[in-house]
Ligand binder design. Structure first.
Ligand code: CP3
Length: 341
């Protein structure tokens, strides 16, 4: 059905001529075409308007040519749908005016009907599938419950999410109640995304690396495992835990189709920790896209050699930065496409 199915083949562990490639945050501020839309519409208008969200999703496919699209949206549409106010402030980032700090706050958080509250995402998926016209697969995503809770409790981005950790360590019962509500909402949300046409899903645990290995199991991993268990018979699940190399061994046994790796973990170590049989995704340092294109090409070839071409999806180790020249992003994608040719 899908013309370029390299990404889906790699997720299934099938042999490929070259690895597939996409970039986390590939629909973003490094693209002038994205900035033109950003100038006219605020962040959540872009998320909530299927015409805009689908146009932004397809921009990098037309301009850069990766092997998969990822739906333009945000992980924070989930807390918004759960009755937690979320704003996006220019120059600040996510801003939650009424952060969760008590049992009473948790009680006021709802598990919504995702079809009702997040119907605009489902419309965006349908419209994107039309625009893509089966050229490449479409990835749907959600934040991990822990990463969502980081914002819900901290109220904004943070270097250490100290208030979120304090909440877990001083009010663990309330913290777990909140994490379970987020998990239940996320499972329903991702199932709806699959029903509306996404070809795979990725769970972003962007702040999992803030926790010790023991705390990670308690406050992050057990909820991600619930999500995998609920989704794995319906779709392929990718788990990306930033700074979570310490959990790779456990993650490899989870039923996830693929695991994301950041650039602080070598390909060799990632393969060793995961036993060599699971598809890995990553792990180019996003700042390395500032190197000249000729150097990017060399480093990409080396990265693929180290991971191996099969059971591998070339990607960055985290989202692309706004200051990356478009030519360099294209050099990254082109280098993967030229592998072995
Ligand atoms: O990958 C893609 O191209 C799809 C789009 C996408 C966005 N957010 C769009 C966005 C995805 C996958 C996300 C996920 C997301 N959002 C994460 C997890 C991934 C990661 O990078 O760790 C997190 C932690 C968030 C929360 C969030 N939203 C932050 C921290 C910011 C940045 C604030 C800033 O100003 O730098 C956002 C805003 C956001 N989400 C932007 C984009 C393109 C930039 C702001 C804008 O477009 O106006």
């Amino acid at each position: 059905m899908i013309e370029n199915d390299l990404f889906l083949k790699a997720l299934k562990g099938e042999t490929v001529s070259r690895p597939p490639v996409w970039m986390m945050r590939q629909a973003g501020r490094y693209l002038p075409e994205f900035m033109a839309i950003k100038e006219k519409y605020d962040f959540f208008t872009r998320c909530r308007t299927p015409e805009l969200a689908s146009e932004i999703t397809v921009q990098p496919i037309d301009i850069i040519g990766p092997d998969a699209a990822i739906l333009f949206s945000d992980i924070l549409v989930i807390p918004q749908a759960m009755n937690i106010e979320v704003e996006m402030k220019e120059g600040v980032g996510p801003w939650l005016p009424n952060p969760i700090r008590s049992v009473k706050d948790v009680d006021q958080v709802i598990v919504p009907d995702v079809h009702e509250e997040l119907g605009y995402v489902m419309e965006a998926i349908k419209m994107t599938k039309e625009r893509l016209a089966n050229r490449v697969p479409l990835i749907g995503f959600a934040g991990s419950p822990w990463t969502i809770m980081c914002y819900a409790v901290q109220g904004q981005g943070s270097k250490n999410f100290d208030k979120a950790k304090e909440f877990c360590f001083t009010q663990p019962v309330a913290a777990h109640a909140l994490l379970q509500k987020i998990t239940d909402t996320t499972i329903a949300y991702l199932k709806a995304k699959v029903a509306n046409g996404v070809d795979a899903v990725q769970v972003f645990d962007s702040w999992g690396g803030m926790l010790s290995p023991t705390d990670y199991k308690e406050f992050s991993w057990q909820y991600i495992q619930q999500i995998i268990d609920a989704l794995k018979d319906e779709t392929q699940v990718i788990v990306f835990g930033k700074g979570c190399w310490f959990a790779l061994q456990e993650m490899a046994k989870s039923g996830a189709a693929a695991l994301g790796v950041d650039w602080t973990c070598s390909p060799k170590n990632a393969r060793y920790l995961t036993g060599g049989n699971i598809t890995l995704q990553g792990n180019f340092d996003p700042s390395r896209l500032l190197s000249p294109p000729s150097e990017i090409k060399k480093m990409v070839t080396q990265m693929i050699n180290e991971f191996g071409k099969d059971r591998y999806i070339a990607n960055l180790g985290h989202g692309i930065l706004p200051n990356i020249p478009v030519a360099n992003a294209r050099a990254f994608v082109d280098a993967v496409k030229a592998y072995g040719a």
